[in-house]
Design a protein around this ligand. Sequence first.
Ligand code: GCO
Ligand code: MG
Length: 415
Amino acid sequence: MSVTIRDIEVINTAPEGINLTVVKVLTSEDGLYGLGDATFAYRWKAVSNYVTEYLKPLLVGRDTDSIQELWQLMHQNAYWRDGGIENIAISGVDMALWDIKGKRAGMPVYSLLGGAVRGGVPVYRHVDGATVDEIASQIAYYREKGLRHLRVQCGGYGGGLSMQAPASAPEGAHPGIYLDSRDYIRKTVALFEKLREKIGFDIELVHDVHERIAPSEAVELARLLEPCRLFFLEDPLPLNQLESFERLRQATVTPLAEGELFNHQADAKYLISHRLIDFIRVHVPQLGGITPCRKLATFAEEFGVRTAWHGPGDLSPVGHAANIHLDMSSVNFGVQEWSGIEPPNFVIQKLRTQKGALLEVFKGMPEFRDGYVYPNDKPGLGIEIDMKEAAKYPCTDEITTWTQTRGRDGALVLP
Ligand code: GCO
Ligand code: MG
């Protein structure tokens, strides 16, 4: 007997002070519903509106089983497609449909995707500090917790977090997050050299360039970091300079990762099929959910490119669970970024505007134990949401400042 979509709701909540959005798909079967992540922290109202005003009327009454059909229907229904807001809205429904299918089958989603190929998921956490000693002490803490991979930054993405134009900026320069790319490259190379001297090489380190520097500077940085043996250098090139991966690939043995800003598998196709990257770092909601990402993982497997799905603080536990279910069932898994709660996340704590209430709102978050994350093996994605708790933490709307990134002369650079 087929089960149809009866209603679609959106839950917006910010238990850590970071706006999170979850889509709830209710079905014709009493008590059967699915949850999916549709978090876009800076545009949460637009995504919520897209779901309730456009996807709900399109989908109510349709068969929950036909996940691929409904994904394609949502994807092409507005003709112009692959925007951030639209894809993230689609992701919320897509993940919810996989959640429903798992509940109906009595299986965790990774089981539906082909079953577990690993017992647990190796993850990395974020480390960030002003000095080598501060960073080394955070690394020591995480090493104790069994982590073998860590992301190391030295003051965010090179420009810190102050919106004050520095004295070195020209007269009348706008406020913003100023990045002197030359200084950033010198400091980053020095930091990793000293860090390796201090901690050795048995911890895998990644570094997130986060766009912001010129292609020639990405080549310079990747080359200079070679002796530091990074696990990968992330987003060395901005989305509009992907052609420079040919040059970057020729120039360095530093492993390369890119993708959290990709909007469609096609954005990754050339880089993967020409083996110009080693890790595909897509933000699963940004591609439209589990359905497109499982295809991308399978495509990348043929070219020896491994997955490293984006797993930041601005992703709900439903989205983190979707990452883990993909990880559990992918042969070409690389590593999983994990902004979960345990162990304490040094970076999120700095950003947190209130006591962390994430686990009061979301139940079933995949668990971190000795360096690995484990899904809870409940049918579907395994996450429940306490609506009463969620209502205690309304989302807010500040003007986003960290993306107002500027070069030394005050001109905007991609964030
Ligand atoms: C990462 C990302 C994040 C993003 C954030 C944007 O590698 O985790 O770069 O830190 O900057 O998700 O909101
Ligand atoms: Mg990143």
